[in-house]
Every structure is written in structure tokens, then in C-alpha cells.
Design a protein around this ligand. Structure first.
Ligand code: ADP
Ligand code: ZN
Ligand code: ZN
Length: 740
């Protein structure tokens, strides 16, 4: 192993390959594959990852350079993470260095370190010394020193310096004296940044027959050595989490480890609470809501094998377990599992399946509303389909009642709440039950329009309408894409009239309306605006959970996962919002959203209702939600996808160019021609302006690539296709879930 093949942490097409370095003899005994090293690269020093060893290098003797040093005591990557990263880079059109980033300890990138081990200064009695004897040696007047010693003897040895001084009231000088006498010594010891999580009390439940059989079938399949992912399709409240917990217990008994992915960090406290109740401290948590230091500590605990279960959002799929046995993906249909930003837009579910293949782990995908992609695979037998079709304890599914808002309007009710929903909310307040009001739009009003000339106030940078937000009596307009915030103008910028009016209600307005309707009701609003601060999610949810609020108002943030037994009414203010969204998945999204939000109702002893306000109450999606019939929805939707050539029947990816208008359109055309010549089996749609045509002043045009479900984009396209002009940037999103 004279030479090492290294991937360097430089992201450019030409550098996306192995570079050979000489391993200096002193490093040879300890250097392993997966080690992070520092290497010279051009005139810089960069971080690199050892991928292989060879006896001959592809570089001449005089040109080859030495590895500088090793960055961590142990390798940070293993064979399975290398293989998974390799797959990610190929499949999602990224560089291997980008894919590898995800597997590294958080916040430790060379030159950009953001985290390191936290240490605490402690003091202890020097080993081998007899404390009693030392006390005798001290003069009787040395009160402080005596107290310090006694405190160490009584309350713990070693002890943090700060704590010792606080408990004894002694000063640093007394401690130094003891140190100089050789009685005690100070040491910095690593400490963990503890996360504060509640542990729920353990509810021991008797599994239902359905739960039992789901577990049996999965386990049988696994024991027979078949390892298809299991798709657990269980209606809301059917006890999917209990199934996860039991499977986890079995895996842990085999001394293997597990990852649990949840779609949203807002749900972590609740999920962690349930898992901690069962598995105690054997749990790590990984998500972007933690500080770099906290993530660093959690990563190392996992790596060191001190915990057996990692729970988290998307990124937890990279938890560095060495004996991974099970990956659970709750709410597998959620779009948050797809990384939409950054340069490697991976899907955590698909990545999980690959990682599981690499490690021999099993995969369980759970949902009340599986994605069409997964359900189709299950129907075809690629996944094992398991179903929970009843709620636990024979609880009824919520009853869904639609309100035709056209009729409301004709009867003279122009309020955002229908008469029925008002009545139901009142009745629920009277009964002392809780309610949830759902509206998938934050802010006060979604756009402002001039009633004289029809001008809509838009963000000058992003070409989307500005949303009105109200703080106390102050109205501001803000852009949800770039964050611009400005005062509401007095006059229309186009015709100078004073008839600017707000249209389209958001959660803020819903809250104001509820306050007016039910002055004594206690309200909690949960959306991106009220949950900016760390911990605010949990605070709001806790308020509602403990019964200190009657009505919870919120965006899709409250649609899923929450388990509040006292909620017996869910009101959906405008189902049309998502039904009419310009996206081929609008029907699927609406089905998911309505089913999920309905599922928050009637989870306890009392049955629940759902009131859905809508302009198209007979829409087939709403009908399917009402009947709770996923299969009929699936059949109809898959037919539409087949006829229209959309996923999962065909694959759809997009190439997005952004920059100055002309350059962007020209480059899109160039790429289109390139595809036609070089990839004749890919159908290119466009170029066209992306739905968000301009963000932060940059124009956005895209090409959609459509190809067969068995086909793939050629790996590393960007190494072959025409290089964009300097101001234009190009990104590829393989199988995007949102096309904005
Ligand atoms: P889902 O995730 O399918 O919506 P949960 O796993 O949240 O459902 O379960 C709903 C509630 O039912 C939870 O409070 C859970 O503790 C409880 N539960 C789960 N399984 C059983 C069971 N077999 N018997 C009684 N209660 C159960
Ligand atoms: Zn005007
Ligand atoms: Zn903007």
C-alpha cells in the first residue's frame, strides 16, 4: 500500500475522480480505507478521503505528492457508506465529494470547522493519594482547602471545577494551592452536549391482530432471507408506531441498530418522547434544528456504538452505525424526504433502500397515504405490502363532511368560516373538546390587488405576489421566497389609486376571525411565522397537548403525525388551495393532506368529525378521502399518470438554468439540442420559464426530461454537456417532487 486513491473535497467536474498520493511510511501502519486525510492540491491543502490502496500510481514518480496527515483517529467512512455515496453521486448527478459530505462528522470540514468536542475542566484527587492523610497534613487554619478536599471525597471525584468552587465557596487560589501541593490535579474531560427530551411513560399495549400479523409477515420474510422493503399502509390511528417499536425491539435484541426517519423536525419531540419511553438513553437524534456541536456529539455517540437507534429528519439516513439492521421511514410519502436545495438533490427514501442493500438492513416504509411510487412497487411485488385497515381499539374513522362554499356564498355568507364549521366549533368548545383548524397558507392575506386597475403587488426580485402580514396594528408585505419585507403602500404603484385590497386568507387572518367569533376560546397558531425560534414548536404543541388551548390553527405543519386524543373536530378552510395547485401531483397531495389532517380527529375515546370547506365538494379526490378509499384513488390517479406520461409510469427530471434572462434561455436551447443528439431516448420538454420565473433577481428556465421507468440519466452528464456561459448556473434535479 504505497499509494492511496483519494477523492478530494473540491467540487468541479474535472476533479470528480480519484487522485493518487504517496502514503508516507510512518502513516502506513495506521492508514485505512475511509480515513479522512489532508492532501496538497495545487497550491492548497484540502481534505480528502482514502478510497483505495495500490502499489502503482497513475502518476509519474516525480509528480506524485505525499499525504500530509490523517485528520481523525479512525476512518470516518466504511465500505457501505462509500458504496451508498457512489450510488448517490451517480444517480443524482452530483460529485462523489458532495455525496461523501453527508457521511462525515458534522461541522468538521477542514478549514471550515464549526464544531468540536466540548470539554469541561474538572478537578480530582491525584490517584494513589489517601485523602484522609492529606487532610491531616493540612494546617487546621486552611479551612478552604480542607473544604475542597472533603467536598471531593464526599460528592464525587472528579468534579467540575466550577461546581466544586460553587459548592464550597472557595476561590481559585485555594484550589491552586492544593494543586501545587500535588494533592489534586485539573483535567479537561470531554462532555456531551445533552439534549433535553422528555420521555413518555411506557404504555404497554396488547397488539391488535392486524398489528401482530404485520409484524409476523415482515419478520418471516426477513428470516427467509428475502429482503424486500415493507410498505406498511395503515390508516391514521391504526398504531403504526407500535409496529415500528416492536420491530425495533427485535432488531436491538439481535444486537443490531436502527434508523427512524420522520418527515419534519416539528415532530421530533413527540416521536423521541415515545421512543425514549421504550428505549431510554439508547437514542440519538439528528436533524438540522440542532446546533453544530449537538450534531457533532450525536454523530460520535452513534459512531462509537453508544446508542442503537437514531431518530431524525432526512439527514439521519447517514447515521454512522456499524451494524445497521433496520431503517424505518415514517410517512414515507412526504416531500420533505427529497432534498430540494443544494447541489445533490437526493431522496432519503430511495437512498435508504440502497444503504439497506449495502448493509443487509431491512426497510419499513409507513404511511396512511403511500406515495404512488411506493404503492405501485408494492402492487407489483417489489415491496411487501402490509396493511392496517382499522384504528386501534375499534375506534371509528373520522366522519368527513363537505361544505359547498358556493352555496354558502349564495346564501350571503362571505365569512371565511361556513355556518356549519362555526356551529361545530361552538359545540366543541361547549363540550370542552379540542379542535384543529387547518389552512395551508400562512400570513394574513396572500396577495394585494388594486381594484381599479387589477395590479397585483409583486416582489421586485422574485416575481411572486407579496403576502400581507400583520403584527399588532402594523401591516407589512413580505416575500416568502427572498424574505423582502416592506410597508403596505398607500397608493397603487401602477395607477396611483387608493383601492388596494387584500385577497386570499392566511392563518393569521383565520386566527383573527376565530378571536372575533369565539372571544373566550384559547387559540394557538402554528406556522412558519410562529415557530422561528428554537423550541417554539414544542412549546406551542405542549400548550395544546396539556389542554391549555381549545383551538389549534395551522398550516401543513399540523397536518401530520400529531396524536392529541381530545381533538374531535378538524376544520379545513380551503381544500381548493391544494386541489388547484398547478402541479401534476396536486390530486395526490390533496388526498394526502386531507387524509392526514382528518386523521388528527377522533384519536381518543370520542369519535371525530372533519369539516372540509371547498368549492368543488364532488371532486373525485375529495370523494375518495371521504370514503377512505386509497385503492380507488390510486387506480384512478395511476391511470391519469399513465395517459399523461407522468411518474411513476415514466421518470421525470429537470434541468434548471438560472441567471440573466438571455443567457438562460440560450443555454436551455443549447442543452435541448445536446440532449436530442446525444440522448435520443430522452424526451425533452421545453425550454420554458419555471413556475417561479424569477427569484432574487435571477431568471429561471428549465427543461423537463422524460424517460422510461427502467431508464436512467447517463451518469455525470455535466462532464459531457456544453459548459454554460459564466453567469448562468445549471442544476439537475433528478425526479423532483416540486417543480417551482
Ligand atoms: P398511527 O401512526 O398509525 O396514526 P399511532 O401509532 O400514533 O397511529 O397510534 C395511535 C394511538 O394508539 C397511540 O396513542 C398508541 O399508543 C395507541 N395504540 C397503538 N397500538 C395500540 C394497541 N394495540 N392497543 C391500544 N392502543 C394502541
Ligand atoms: Zn391600480
Ligand atoms: Zn422576493
Amino acid at each position: 500500500m504505497e499509494f492511496a486513491g483519494v477523492i478530494v473535497d473540491v467540487k468541479a467536474p474535472a476533479v470528480d475522480r480519484l487522485f493518487h498520493y504517496r502514503v508516507p511510511p510512518p502513516l502506513r501502519p495506521t492508514l485505512e480505507i475511509g480515513h479522512r486525510v489532508l492532501v496538497p492540491f495545487g497550491r492548497r491543502r484540502v481534505e480528502g478521503y482514502v478510497i483505495e490502496f495500490t502499489d502503482s500510481a497513475a502518476v509519474s514518480e516525480d509528480k506524485i505528492r505525499d499525504i500530509d496527515r490523517v485528520l481523525d483517529p479512525q476512518p470516518v467512512l466504511d465500505q457501505s457508506s462509500l458504496a451508498t455515496a457512489h450510488w448517490m453521486a451517480c444517480y443524482y448527478q452530483g460529485f462523489l465529494a458532495q455525496a461523501l459530505q453527508h457521511f462525515l462528522p458534522p461541522g468538521t470540514r477542514y478549514g471550515r470547522e464549526r464544531a468540536k468536542a466540548k470539554t469541561q475542566l474538572t478537578v480530582e484527587i491525584c490517584p494513589g493519594l489517601d485523602a484522609e492523610q492529606m487532610l491531616c497534613q493540612l494546617s487546621p487554619q486552611a479551612h478552604r482547602q480542607r473544604e475542597l478536599l472533603s467536598c471531593l471525597m464526599k460528592h464525587g471525584n472528579p468534579m467540575p471545577v466550577q461546581k466544586l468552587l460553587a459548592e464550597t465557596g472557595a476561590g481559585h487560589s485555594s484550589l491552586s494551592t492544593l494543586e501545587k501541593k500535588g494533592f489534586v490535579r485539573k483535567r479537561a474531560v470531554p462532555i456531551e452536549r445533552k439534549l433535553q427530551w422528555a420521555a413518555d411513560e411506557v404504555k404497554t399495549v396488547q397488539l391488535t391482530d392486524e398489528q401482530q400479523s404485520v409484524i409476523q409477515r415482515a419478520w418471516c420474510e426477513w428470516e427467509q432471507g428475502k429482503n424486500r422493503p415493507v410498505l406498511l399502509h395503515g390508516v391514521t390511528g391504526s398504531g403504526k408506531t407500535e409496529v415500528y417499536l416492536r420491530l425495533l425491539e427485535r432488531i436491538l435484541r439481535q444486537d443490531r441498530q436502527a434508523i427512524v426517519l420522520i418527515p419534519e423536525i416539528a415532530l421530533t419531540p413527540q416521536t423521541v418522547g415515545r421512543f425514549r419511553g421504550r428505549f431510554g438513553d439508547s437514542i440519538a437524534v439528528l436533524h438540522s434544528g440542532l446546533s453544530w456541536g449537538e450534531r457533532y456529539d450525536q454523530w460520535h455517540k452513534i459512531r462509537a456504538g453508544q446508542v442503537s437507534v437514531a431518530i431524525g429528519a432526512r439527514s439521519a439516513i447517514f447515521a454512522p452505525f456499524q451494524r445497521l439492521g433496520l431503517i424505518i421511514i415514517d410517512e414515507e410519502h412526504e416531500t420533505t424526504y427529497k432534498q430540494e436545495e443544494g447541489s445533490l438533490k437526493y431522496h432519503a427514501r430511495d437512498t435508504a433502500i440502497v444503504r439497506a442493500q449495502q448493509t443487509g438492513a431491512h426497510v419499513v416504509l409507513g404511511s396512511a397515504t403511500p406515495s404512488l411510487e411506493s404503492y405501485q412497487k408494492a402492487v407489483r411485488g417489489e415491496y411487501l405490502l402490509s396493511e392496517l385497515s382499522h384504528r386501534v381499539e375499534h375506534r371509528a374513522m373520522p366522519r368527513l363532511i363537505t361544505v359547498d362554499m358556493r352555496e354558502e356564498f349564495m346564501r350571503g355568507n362571505r365569512h371565511m368560516f361556513s355556518r356549519l364549521l362555526k356551529q361545530r366549533l361552538q359545540a366543541n368548545l361547549d363540550a370542552g373538546h379540542q379542535s384543529i383548524v387547518f389552512l395551508n397558507r400562512r400570513g394574513f392575506a396572500s396577495f394585494m390587488l388594486c381594484r381599479q386597475c387589477g395590479h397585483v403587488l409583486e416582489c421586485p426580485n422574485c416575481k411572486v405576489s407579496l403576502t400581507q402580514h400583520r403584527t399588532g396594528q402594523i401591516n407589512r408585505l413580505s416575500c416568502h421566497y427572498c424574505g423582502l419585507s416592506e410597508q403596505v403602500p398607500q397608493h397603487c404603484p401602477q395607477c396611483q389609486s387608493t383601492y388596494l385590497r387584500a385577497f386570499g386568507s392566511g392563518t393569521q387572518q383565520a386566527e383573527a376571525a376565530l378571536r372575533e367569533l369565539f372571544p373566550s376560546a384559547r387559540l394557538v397558531r402554528m406556522d412558519a411565522d410562529t415557530t422561528r425560534r428554537k423550541g417554539s414548536h414544542q412549546k406551542l404543541l405542549d400548550t395544546f397537548r396539556c389542554g391549555d388551548a381549545d383551538i389549534l390553527i395551522g398550516t401543513q405543519m399540523i397536518a401530520k403525525g400529531l396524536d392529541f386524543p381530545m381533538v374531535t373536530l378538524v376544520g379545513v378552510l380551503s381544500a381548493d388551495l391544494s386541489l388547484n395547485f398547478p402541479d401534476f401531483r396536486a390530486g395526490e397531495r390533496t388526498f394526502q393532506l386531507l387524509t392526514q389532517v382528518s386523521g388528527r380527529s377522533g384519536r381518543g375515546a370520542h369519535p371525530g368529525d372533519v369539516v372540509v370547506q371547498c368549492y368543488e365538494p364532488n371532486h373525485h379526490v375529495i370523494e375518495a378521502v371521504k370514503r377512505g378509499n386509497f385503492r380507488s384513488f390510486f387506480r384512478r390517479e395511476i391511470r391519469f399518470r399513465r395517459e399523461a406520461g407522468y411518474p411513476p409510469e415514466q421518470r421525470l427530471s429537470r434541468v434548471l438554468c438560472s441567471g440573466p434572462e438571455e443567457g438562460v434561455i440560450d443555454h436551455c436551447r443549447t442543452l435541448q439540442q445536446w440532449f436530442q443528439t446525444h440522448c435520443p431516448s430522452i424526451e425533452v420538454v421545453g425550454p420554458s420559464a419555471a413556475p417561479l420565473e424569477r427569484i432574487k433577481g435571477r431568471y429561471r428556465w428549465h427543461l423537463l426530461l422524460r424517460y422510461g421507468s427502467q431508464e436512467r440519466l447517463p451518469a455525470r452528464i455535466s462532464q459531457y454537456w456544453p459548459v454554460p456561459p459564466p453567469q448562468v448556473s445549471v442544476s439537475v434535479d433528478v425526479e423532483p417532487l416540486l417543480l417551482l
